[in-house]
Write a protein that binds this ligand. Structure first.
Ligand code: GLC
Length: 541
């Protein structure tokens, strides 16, 4: 087991993201909850993960499924109580699993008592907790747009002012330039550390130092000053892991976020690779150019080696399911899910598995009136108003909606996939009879068992953590091949990301090497459709 008192333990760790609303319901109300998560801890222990990142469980009106917090020190009643949360933390710890909470520090809910006070008048001490500008009803301060559609400014007639919101209208941005706001947030973080939480994922943390008058949201001039202060004041315990969600980070920026001296955060969670298959807006999909993807990973792998630390992920609660996106969720679902997993887990960084990814869950074929996600619902309304064809809107939603990742976890083939005995808050994907945890556990060749072996390998072989990265055949449009090397140990990862059989020359120093893992029976020189192989050469460690 990893010694989690040591700074940097998370470099050997694998994390698992839980979206609580969709993980496991224990009381039949159709919504996942904390007792449900506790009942599945043995499953997570069996998978071998070292920590769980819980998407927000705080009190919230759920305008954005908990990313709109109305009380940072309370639990949303449908998820359970503070006692349940304490029990989750201690039960997880018994199994070697750290609980990582999701801190939304850029904004609150408009139902947070701070915002309610702020609305009472310009003289109210909480007014300056948020970002306000004077204006008249039809003339917002500028034309900035919110990420979930519409203007980023919302008018409050009683005050004659607009408040700024980068996300939904119900998510007013906090004013980080106010030192009282920052102090309140640090106190709240200490409260959770004292309860035994071992780390935090920091939601859109690159947006906190906004300067809306200059139309700056991400990477504001004071950003790193604020992050260093946050780290000093709230994250001083050496074992705490901190993960910064930063859509705007490039490699240079990420070196600052994750500097090995610990002055900012443990690691960055950046999205360059998952933005390669879109044209401008996320709803307009482009085919993935594998050569570009490889270049992107290579830049990050080389750039951060020894100088920073990255998260490795293909799936999360904001992204469509990777097997449907870059794999083949039809004929080669199992092979392609494993191939993509090996491609990712062989690299340097801390892997994150999003619930259901480990059994190869796919996108959900919802109808337009079945979507719950605020971003998708707003997109549907905007595109209808702009005259888009219904079929095109549906195609965008099915390919890109966040609800693809949010359908309930598929535990078994009983009604509602064993997620709930009631009516699920979001429809269960109809393929649960075939794709579910029970079936995956019983089949030694399942995607689940492949993930379990990948996790075990990362923990036993230092080359996964320390090896240099060399991309092979960079211009190959179907095969992603790379090697990782330390002085003593060498790893070769071959991934045929296509449905075609392809030959690929094995580097001479891997002739006769130990086969660590593969998704087909051992074979000759030809890589079969979606085949992956991991080979290891060098001294035993
Ligand atoms: C992050 C979260 C996303 C949320 C947004 C606003 O990107 O991952 O789910 O909607 O921030 O908090």
């Amino acid at each position: 087991m990893i010694d989690k008192t040591k700074y940097g333990w998370w470099r050997s760790a694998v994390f698992y993201q839980i979206y609580p609303k969709s993980f496991q319901d224990s009381d039949g109300d159709g919504v996942g909850d904390i007792p449900g998560i506790i009942s599945r801890l043995d499953y997570l222990e069996g998978l071998g993960v070292d920590g769980v990142w819980l998407s927000p469980v705080f009190a919230s009106p759920q305008a954005d499924n908990g990313y709109d917090i109305s009380d940072y020190r309370g639990i949303w009643p449908l998820y359970g109580t503070m006692e349940d949360m304490d029990r989750l933390i201690s039960e997880a710890k018994k199994r070697g699993i750290s609980v990582i909470m999701d801190l939304v520090l850029n904004h609150t809910s408009d139902e947070h008592p701070w915002f309610r006070e702020a609305l009472k008048g310009r003289e109210n001490p909480f007014h300056d907790y948020y970002v306000w500008r004077d204006g008249s009803p039809d003339c917002p301060p500028n034309d900035m747009r919110a990420c979930f559609g519409g203007s980023a400014w919302e008018y409050v007639p009683a005050l004659g002012q607009y408040y700024f919101h980068q996300f939904a209208v119900k998510q007013p941005d906090l004013n980080w330039d106010n030192p009282r706001v920052r102090r309140e947030l640090y106190d709240m973080i200490r409260f959770w550390v004292a309860r035994g939480v071992e780390g935090f994922r920091l939601d859109v943390i690159d947006s906190v130092a906004k300067e809306p008058d200059r139309k700056i949201t991400a990477r504001g001039p004071r950003l790193h000053e604020y992050i260093r202060e946050l780290s000093r004041e709230a994250f001083c315990e050496p074992g705490l892991v901190t993960v910064g969600e930063a859509w705007s980070a490039d490699v240079e920026e990420a070196k600052r976020w994750s500097a090995p001296d610990g002055s900012e955060l443990s690691m960055v969670f950046q999205f360059e690779h998952v933005c390669l298959d879109q044209r401008g807006e996320k709803w307009d999909t482009l085919p993935l150019d594998l050569v570009e993807l490889k270049r992107c990973f290579e830049r990050w792998q080389k750039g951060l080696h020894g100088r920073g630390w990255n998260s490795l992920f293909l799936d999360n609660h904001d992204l469509p399911r990777i097997v449907s996106r870059w794999g083949d969720d039809g004929k080669y679902r199992v092979e392609s899910a494993k191939c993509l997993a090996a491609m990712l887990h062989g690299m340097e960084g801390t892997p994150y598995i999003f619930q259901g990814e480990e059994i190869g869950m796919t996108n959900a074929p919802l109808e337009l009136d079945g979507y719950e996600d605020v971003e998708t619902v707003n997109m549907i309304a905007e595109r209808r108003a702009a005259g888009y064809a219904e079929a095109d809107i549906l195609a965008s939603a099915r390919a890109r909606s966040r609800d693809n990742a949010r359908t309930p976890m598929q535990w078994d083939d009983s009604p509602n996939a064993g997620f709930t005995s009631g009516t699920p808050w979001l429809a269960v994907n109809g393929n649960y009879r075939e794709i579910n945890v029970r079936a995956a556990l019983a089949d030694p060749d399942s995607v689940y068992h492949f993930y379990r072996r990948l996790i075990a390998l990362r923990k036993s072989l230092p080359v996964f953590r320390e090896g240099t990265f060399t991309l092979l055949a960079p211009e190959d449009r179907e095969i992603f091949a790379y090697r990782r090397d330390t002085e003593r140990e060498h790893l070769l990862v071959l991934c045929n990301l296509s449905g075609n059989a392809r030959s690929f020359p094995i580097p001479p120093d891997f002739e006769g090497a130990e086969r660590l893992l593969g998704n087909y029976p051992e074979g000759g020189p030809v890589l079969r459709p979606w085949e992956t192989r991991m080979l290891r050469a060098g001294e035993a460690t």
